[in-house]
Design a protein around this ligand. Structure first.
Ligand SMILES: [Zn+2]
Ligand SMILES: [Zn+2]
Length: 457
């Protein structure tokens, strides 16, 4: 058995791992898109094409619906993959929307091509419940079964346990972490470690950092909102459509709801992303997957993802009108718009309009990859620098804040605990999905715990 990494090796994007079982059989875990600086120096063709042999791939297993884990699926289909695409029920509901959006943004607006791709996707999609073994059909006598366990990262996210039983040999269990959620993230329950594993392939996005605690985080968020209320400013939050937006709304409902009789309570929260609005609906549909605290709030009659001062912007016209409205406003407002790393999407228009205004604030709640506009603002903003937005040089006069932990990724201690708490210890941990510093730090930490760790290549 062997594991090949076709992405998320030199960075965090492009996740795609291949578990080679024998010459006839392999399983693919995720098939994601490369983003940000990880795309530079490579042509579109290299990035998108499936450059490895897929003739032995019997199934694609999808950990979750973030684009850097699923974005190359259309290319996999185009390369002739006709096997099952296996994922959780919630992910299966989200996936067609995510792929449709990815096709529209990056590939084609041609309706018939999009429809053809989606109908193939839906035909191959197999939704399985959490925590139940599912047999994957292989060639020959070798057997494999897979189990999806809640990963607490975004709706539907899972880490995947794969049991492979070669002929006349003991079975082996390989665990692919996908992206793991942080312990005290709102809305979804945090992941529990698997009972046993022989090999663990683990992400390391925050392998060298520990997040702020949830209380600190909520306080930091409240402080940014109070500044906005004090100077009637607009707070721009670049957010990924799936997960982070919903976590933020959940925390905002708490802050705004508790504030009842001061100015904070009538701060407008604007979600300017039709996709984010759709995903929020799905979060509501799959309420059964929420954690105990979130369910308690619902029982109290609250609507954590659909409160009174929440507005959603749909069409492009409405989007432009909203910007004009905010320019003329004399009330504070919060705008949540994609893309999360400011590398495109509607947030760019807000930044262009407000980044040079001292009353405005840009609040980062997620990882900013190198080479993205988000990373530039984060880096040059606090020292009074400038950034280029669509070729225009703009001084960053807005406040720039970063709150870690809404990012829905486990931090260093969460990652170490995930491995440490496996009852039957793995013989090896393979570290992927991180910058070099993060991977090295996590490797050192795991080794100090007596766990053999290597960096995936
Ligand atoms: Zn993710
Ligand atoms: Zn990821």
């Amino acid at each position: 058995m062997q594991i090949l990494h076709h992405g998320a090796v030199n960075g965090v994007t492009g996740s795609c791992h291949q578990l080679l079982i024998n010459s006839e059989n392999s399983l693919l875990v995720d098939c994601g898109l490369f983003q940000g600086a990880e795309t530079s120096g490579r042509g579109d063709d290299d990035l998108l094409s499936i450059e490895f042999d897929i003739s032995s791939v019997q199934a694609l297993l999808v950990t979750h619906c973030h684009i850097d884990h699923v974005g190359r699926i259309p290319y996999l289909l185009a390369a002739g993959f006709s096997g099952p695409i296996i994922t959780t029920e919630a992910s299966a509901a989200l996936l067609p929307m995510v792929i449709e959006d990815a096709l529209k943004v990056g590939v084609t607006r041609n309706r018939s091509i999009i429809t053809a791709c989606l109908s193939r996707l839906k035909k191959q999609l197999v939704a399985v419940p959490y925590k139940k073994w599912f047999n994957v059909r292989l060639q020959g006598a070798v057997k494999a079964k897979v189990k999806f366990q809640p990963a607490g990262h975004i709706l539907g996210s899972a880490y995947i346990e794969i049991d492979v039983k070669p002929i006349n040999e003991k079975s082996k269990r390989i665990v692919f972490s996908g992206d793991l959620g942080a312990t005290y993230s709102p809305l979804l329950a945090s992941p529990k470690s698997p009972y046993k594993a022989d090999i663990v392939v683990i992400e390391s996005t925050y392998g060298d950092k520990n997040h702020q605690g949830r209380k600190d985080r909520a306080k930091s968020l409240q402080r940014v909102l109070e500044k906005a209320v004090a100077d009637n400013g607009v707070v721009i939050i670049p957010a990924f459509s799936i997960g982070r937006t919903q976590e933020l709304l959940y925390e905002l409902e708490q802050i705004v709801g508790r504030a009842k009789f001061n100015k904070l309570s009538d701060i407008e929260v604007i979600v300017d992303s039709p996709m984010a609005a759709k995903f929020t609906k799905h979060y509501q549909t799959f309420q059964a997957l929420w954690d105990a605290e979130a369910k308690r709030r619902v029982k109290q009659g609250r609507q954590p993802l659909n409160f009174d001062s929440l507005y959603t912007v749909d069409t492009h016209d409405e989007h432009m009108q909203t910007i004009e409205y905010l320019v003329k406003r004399n009330k504070p407002a919060i705008v949540i718009a994609a893309s999360g790393m400011c590398s495109g999407g509607r947030v760019v228009n807000y930044l262009k309009r407000f980044i040079s205004e001292p009353t405005a604030d840009v609040l980062f709640v997620g990882y900013q990859a190198q080479g993205t506009l988000g990373r530039d603002i984060q880096k040059y903003g606090p020292r009074g620098g400038y950034v280029y937005i669509e070729g225009q040089k703009l001084d960053v006069k807005a406040g720039v804040f970063t709150i870690s932990g809404y990012s829905a990724h486990a931090d260093q201690s969460n990652l170490v605990n995930f491995v440490k708490r496996i009852r039957h210890k793995p013989e090896k941990v393979i570290i992927v999905h991180g910058d070099a510093d993060a991977k090295n730090a996590l490797k050192a930490k795991l080794e100090r715990e007596g766990i053999k760790a290597v960096i995936g290549r």
